[in-house]
Structure formats: structure tokens, C-alpha cells
Write a protein that binds this ligand. Structure first.
Ligand code: ADP
Ligand code: MG
Length: 702
């Protein structure tokens, strides 16, 4: 059966009416190389010429319409730019104006007063009367004889193709030719029988109907069938990776909870764990005790307490004779983790070391030696840890903090750091909606921490226009007067970096004018500063020597200063919702009531206002991420863009969320029953998946 759908693999050149020249263009312009590619080039709309409507029924909301009638007058009106040909078309119900600004002479020849015509175009109103500008028109043999049975597809195309006679509607002729040679058996069914019972058309029918539907509801069913197929196959592929890992991967075994874990838990843990933290720890314990390699994604809202979970998991590794490492995305964060964890483990016999890009070479050498010989227990660092020169004697667990951009390739680099690949835990920076997570990371096991530690007061968030700046500054002064610290954040957007730095400069001067030395001290932190300067400024704020931090989003993730209770975000409209939520998470980390003030220009569109109002209404990162997804679409969600995992030909994971859920559920049930797709009934599906190897973004990364 290796030759399934072989006709679909034919080069497009061999389709009647294409030939070498057009084939080359189709390849270059639209990436259509084979019959199959043409089949998958879907129309973006349809022209309905199956029905003839009455002129009387044209409404302002009418879109494209087809009418039939007699031309009762033709005249040229106006001069120069306004010169136009106007014809009146009459049917039994009323009169319609047809207008041409171009091709007037040709049209004049075609139109005869008293002739019967079939007219198609986008209806509009001009001074109260219905008109169609530049309609398509043809002589009709009376009441619309020879009308098509199907809607006519219109395809995405390019200027170059249009010039060569392959415009949006002309491509339909090629697809018609294709269907003339395609048989039912060329597009065999690939969905299992119980799923087909949803009442969808067969695969062949669905393809035919998405191109040439009898009406729009038929189109919708066909599109749904094919979208489901796309989503289902994607879920199945990811599910296969996951279930194979569960069954075949080898992982080191953390058999026991030992001395270090217990000692820390009973003597030094500064608080009671939340239910969510306990649950995630149990999940990690199950994974790491199973003999299989753990690959787990932990999504926790800002402030949900991921660090302590990471620490406890690392102690578990240590208790079983293994080393652990913790990676953070920035130097500041790595150092903060290092200092925090060292302090927590102060009284315990655990060797903790730091390695970053700016570690001196002497320190670096020493750390590398200790890691290799297995004499350091916990290594904390930035991406410097991923470098090849860093080797561990017995690495058992690698944790990646505040990052969901950590792709399969990077994970693979971690695996090379020990003879048996270490367990991997990826902790995400920003919650991403479940739908997205299950689509992009379906191959990982997945934990959620949606519970904040008790006693946290919700951050109260308000939106203020620029003109209220004096009141906002008064408020800051008041809070600082109570001994608190504040952040003032400026946007930094790559495309307009120079301008943004100018704004940051001005903003900084402005804040200095409101808060003069020596009564007030300000730390400034931005990405252009030298590392040492940035660190010093950071440390002064951490230590309480400065009351105000003026910063760009370099402080976005992780930074923990519990005494900071106010965050002002300048030009808040320039940030994404999830990013604002992440920033806001820098306050509200202590017992005091905290505030976030979103400052914007008063000239703000309705959508931007609504966007910001979501933040003022909820502190739940998961809800915000859902909204962000709805507003911006999946393309922009941080960390998923490069993955290519979320781009489907037809399906849209926001609009087709219900289908995605269904696909996921069906794929899970199927793999549960038949993990390797070996049963007779899943044979076609398996063959299909194999025939698709190499065709998807997914296969490029796996
Ligand atoms: P994030 O999940 O954003 O990384 P952190 O791990 O930085 O959050 O934790 C935020 C703060 O909450 C820290 O000050 C931490 O000590 C504290 N914390 C974590 N877990 C608990 C808990 N169970 N009870 C009380 N405070 C906690
Ligand atoms: Mg954190």
C-alpha cells in the first residue's frame, strides 16, 4: 500500500492546462508543487451564481448578488474622472443601476437596449437606489438558463499569477480539471469509523465540497471535517510521542524521599505549601520514580510559588545521589535564585554554585570541574549552562525557569549532559491558555498551579490617563512615605528602540524632577547598561537603598522585592496583556496591599480601553491569557510564534476551539485503546500518518 494517493504526488506540471511555465509560477508564487498541493489550496470565499435574486430584495447589507433582467437604457455621463457608463437593468421587481468607470467603450459594444443579461457583483446603494459598480455581465438566454449547480470558488493568488491567467477564480478551472481525474479511492478515508459517525462527509466528499459546495452550509460541514482532521492528526502525532516516551524512554529513578528533602521540609521550609504545590510535587515524584524520563511543563501563575517546588524537586534528586541544575532566562534572575536558594539551604550540607555568561574564567573553570566530578550538588545559571563544556558527573534533574520557549532542540542539549538523559521540568513565564498548551506542548506532561499562597492581597489595578500624572505621583509619594518601594516601567519595543530610549531618558528625568535627591533615590535599570551597572542598581533597590526603580521590561520575569507595592506602567497601551500581567506580578509579593497603575495617552481606541479593562477586572493570569488569545489570535502569543506548531492550513485554534477539544479527546481515547495504531481498523490512519512524514512543521522538530 505504499502507493496510496499516488496520483496526488504527480507534479503539478502534468495537470492538463498547466505545463512547465505555469508550473514554475505556481511553485514559486504559491508553493504548489503537486496535485496534492493544489487540492490543499483552499478557496477563501465563494461566488454564488447558483441563484438569481430579485432586484427588490437588494438591501444595504446585501453582499454579492446575481440578478437577471433587461437593459432599458445605456448612457455615458460625466467628464474626465467622473466619466462613466451607466446602464439600467430591470427585472419583474425593480430597477438596478450598473456603472462602469473603466472599459467604457468595450461595454458599450456589449450592451444593447432591450437585451437580456445575467449580472453578478457587489451590491451597493447610491443616493437611495441600488447599484453595482463594475459587475460581471453576460448575455443570458432568458431566465438564467445554464446556471451552475455549485458555488464558484475564489482562491488566494498573486499579481504575477493573475497576469498569466491564474487569477483567484481562474485557479478554480485547474481544480475542476483535477477533480475530473481524481477518484474516490485517491482520497481514502483516514478517520476511524466511530469519529465519522459525527455525520461528516467522507474525505473525498469533504475535499470536493470545500472547493465546490452546493451551498454555504455544505461548505461549512466540509470545512469542519477537514479542520477536525488537521487537529486530530496533530494531536495524534504529539500523543504518540508522549505515549512512546511513557513506555520506552529510560530515566534515572528517584526511588526515595531522603534526608535532605525531609530535613528541609520539616526544619527550613518557611511556610506551608499550597495544595497546588503539593499536587505538582506528587506529580514530579511519580514521574521521577517511574523509570521513565520526565518531561513536564509546569504552568504557574505569577507568584504561585514555582521556585520552592523547583527547590524541593532538586532536593529529591540529591537524596537519590544525583545532581540538579536550574536555568533562568536572565542573569539577574539566575543570581536571585542563587542567592535565595543559598540562603534557604544555609544550614544544610548542599553545595550550590552559580554559572552565568559573566562568570570569571577562574570561577568558571572551578565550577566546571566540580560539576564534572559530581562535587557540586545544585548548579544555578543562565543559558551558559547549556554550553557543551558544561558536563555533569551525575545529572538527574534539569529545571528551566520562566520560559516556555524552551524547544525540543534545547531540551535535547540537556539530554547530552549525562549518560542517561536527566528529567526535565520546564516552568513557564506566562500562563498560556489550555487550548494552546495542549496544541503546542501535547508531547509534554502538563501541570498547572492555579492557586496563590494564602494571605496574598489581590493587586488593585487602575487605568489612568496622562493628565492625572500629578495625582499618580502624589500617590507614589504617599506610599514611599510609608516605607514602600515603587517601580516605574517604560516600554521598549524593538522596532522603535531609539525612540523608546529617548522616551525612557525623558521619563527618567521627569521622575527625578518629581522625586529629587537626597530625599529620594532612584535605581535605573535598562538593557543598554553594562552588566555591572545594572546589577549594582538592581541590588540597591533589592536592598532598599533606593525607593524607586525606573526600568524597562528587563525586570519582567521573576524579580522578587516584597517591599515594592506600587507599579506604574507608562504607555501601558504598548504592552501585551500577558506581559502587563507578568510585570504586575512584581508587586503584591509581600503582606502589604499593592497597586498597579496603567498610564496611557488619553487618545485611546475602544479596543485598547477594553483590553486594559481586563487587567483591572481580574488578577487571574489564565483568564487574561485566554482574553489575550481571543484578541490577538494565536500568532502573537509569546513563545509559540517560532514553534510553527500552531499554524494549521484551515483550522484556527481560537475560533475552532471546540473542534480542538473534540480532536484531543478523540485522539486520547484512540491511543488509549491502540497505542501503536496496530489494529486493523486503524490501519488506514497509520498509513496516512506515515505518508505525511516530512510534510509538517512537527516532523521538522522531532
Ligand atoms: P513564581 O511562581 O512567580 O516564580 P515565586 O516562587 O517567586 O513565584 O514565589 C513568590 C513568593 O511567594 C515568594 O516570596 C515565595 O517565598 C512565596 N511563597 C511561595 N510559596 C508559598 C507558600 N506556600 N506560602 C506562602 N508563601 C509562599
Ligand atoms: Mg519565578
Amino acid at each position: 500500500m505504499k502507493d496510496i494517493a499516488s496520483i496526488l504526488r504527480n507534479p503539478i506540471e502534468y495537470l492538463k492546462g498547466v505545463g512547465p511555465l505555469r508550473a514554475e509560477l505556481l511553485q514559486k508564487e504559491l508553493g504548489i508543487f503537486t496535485f496534492s498541493d493544489l487540492l490543499d489550496h483552499f478557496p477563501y470565499r465563494h461566488v454564488d451564481r447558483t441563484r438569481i435574486q430579485l432586484i427588490r430584495d437588494i438591501r444595504p447589507e446585501t453582499d454579492f448578488i446575481q440578478v437577471a433582467g433587461k437593459v432599458v437604457s445605456v448612457e455615458v455621463l460625466g467628464f474626465k474622472q467622473s466619466r462613466r457608463l451607466v446602464a439600467e437593468l430591470r427585472d419583474a421587481s425593480g430597477t438596478l443601476e450598473l456603472v462602469w468607470f473603466q472599459g467604457i467603450n468595450g461595454m458599450q459594444k456589449l450592451l444593447t437596449v432591450g437585451g437580456e443579461y445575467l449580472v453578478y457583483g457587489k451590491a451597493g446603494f447610491f443616493q437611495g437606489s441600488p447599484t453595482i459598480t463594475h459587475p460581471e455581465i453576460e448575455v443570458s438566454g432568458g431566465q438564467g438558463a445554464g446556471r451552475p449547480e455549485f458555488l464558484e470558488p475564489v482562491y488566494p493568488t498573486t499579481e504575477k499569477l493573475k497576469v498569466r491567467g491564474l487569477g483567484g477564480r481562474q485557479l478554480g478551472k485547474l481544480v475542476t480539471t483535477l477533480f475530473n481525474v481524481l477518484k474516490d479511492s485517491d482520497l481514502p478515508e483516514n478517520l476511524p469509523a466511530d469519529i465519522r459517525e459525527e455525520g461528516w462527509p467522507s474525505r473525498y466528499e469533504a475535499y470536493r465540497q470545500i472547493h465546490f459546495p452546493a451551498d454555504l452550509s455544505v461548505y461549512a460541514r466540509a470545512a469542519e471535517r477537514l479542520k477536525f482532521e488537521e487537529l486530530f492528526l496533530a494531536q495524534l502525532r504529539l500523543g504518540l510521542i508522549k505515549s512512546r516516551r511513557h513506555r520506552y524512554s529510560k530515566g534515572v529513578v528517584f526511588a526515595q524521599v531522603g534526608q535532605l528533602f525531609n530535613q528541609f521540609y520539616t526544619q527550613y521550609l518557611p511556610f506551608e505549601l499550597t495544595g497546588a504545590q503539593k499536587r505538582v510535587l506528587r506529580e514530579i515524584r511519580n514521574d521521577t520514580g517511574s523509570g521513565r524520563q520526565m518531561n513536564r511543563l509546569l504552568q504557574g501563575d505569577v507568584g504561585s510559588g514555582k521556585t520552592i517546588v523547583a527547590l524541593l524537586a532538586m532536593l529529591l534528586a540529591l537524596d537519590n545521589g544525583f545532581q540538579a541544575c536550574l536555568m533562568a532566562p536572565t542573569e539577574i534572575l539566575a543570581r536571585q535564585h542563587y542567592e535565595g536558594i543559598r540562603k534557604l539551604l544555609e544550614e544544610m550540607p548542599v553545595e550550590v554554585r552559580l554559572l552565568t555568561g559573566s562568570s570569571r574564567s577562574k570561577v568558571r573553570k572551578e565550577v566546571l570541574g566540580l560539576a564534572r566530578e559530581g562535587r557540586l550538588h545544585i548548579l544555578i545559571g543562565t543559558h551558559a549552562v547549556l554550553e557543551e563544556s558544561v558536563q555533569f558527573g551525575r545529572l538527574g534533574l534539569a529545571i528551566v525557569d520562566e520560559q516556555h520557549r524552551f524547544g525540543v532542540q534545547q531540551r535535547a542539549r540537556l539530554w547530552k549532559k549525562a549518560a542517561v538523559p536527566p528529567h526535565v521540568l520546564v516552568m513557564t513565564a506566562t500562563p498560556i491558555p489550555r487550548t494552546l498548551a495542549m496544541t503546542a506542548y501535547g508531547d509534554l506532561d502538563y501541570s498547572v498551579m492555579d492557586e496563590l499562597p494564602p494571605g496574598r492581597q489581590p493587586i488593585s489595578t487602575v487605568h489612568r490617563y496622562e493628565d492625572r500624572r500629578p495625582q499618580v505621583m502624589d500617590f507614589l509619594r504617599h506610599e514611599i512615605g510609608k516605607g514602600r518601594q515603587v517601580y516605574v516601567i517604560f516600554p521598549l519595543i524593538e522596532e522603535s528602540e531609539t525612540l523608546d530610549y529617548e522616551n525612557l531618558e525623558k521619563g527618567y528625568e521627569n521622575i527625578k524632577a518629581w522625586f529629587p535627591e537626597p530625599k529620594y533615590w532612584i535605581s535605573r535599570v535598562d538593557g543598554r547598561q553594562k552588566q555591572e551597572i545594572r546589577d549594582t542598581n538592581m541590588r540597591r533597590f533589592l536592598g532598599g537603598d533606593t525607593q524607586i526603580m525606573v526600568a524597562t521590561t528587563v525586570i519582567e520575569v521573576g524579580v522578587n522585592v516584597p517591599n515594592a507595592t506600587v507599579m506604574v506602567v507608562e504607555s501601558a497601551e504598548k504592552f501585551g496583556l500577558s506581559q502587563l500581567h507578568q510585570l504586575r506580578g512584581r508587586v503584591g509579593r509581600g503582606a502589604e496591599k499593592s497597586f498597579c497603575i496603567l498610564l496611557t495617552s488619553p487618545r485611546l481606541g475602544k479596543e485598547a480601553r477594553e483590553r486594559l479593562s481586563i487587567l483591572t477586572e481580574t488578577n487571574n493570569g489564565f483568564k487574561i491569557a485566554e482574553k489575550d488569545l481571543e484578541i490577538r489570535g494565536p500568532g502573537d502569543i509569546e513563545g509559540t510564534r517560532q514553534s510553527g506548531l500552531l499554524s494549521f492550513k484551515l483550522a484556527n485554534i481560537v475560533q475552532d476551539r471546540a473542534l480542538l477539544e473534540l480532536a484531543r479527546e478523540k485522539a486520547a481515547v484512540l491511543l488509549d485503546k491502540d497505542p501503536e495504531l496496530e489494529s486493523e481498523e486503524n490501519r488506514a490512519l497509520k498509513l496516512f500518518l506515515q505518508s505525511q512524514q516530512g510534510k509538517t512543521a512537527w516532523s521538522k522538530i522531532s
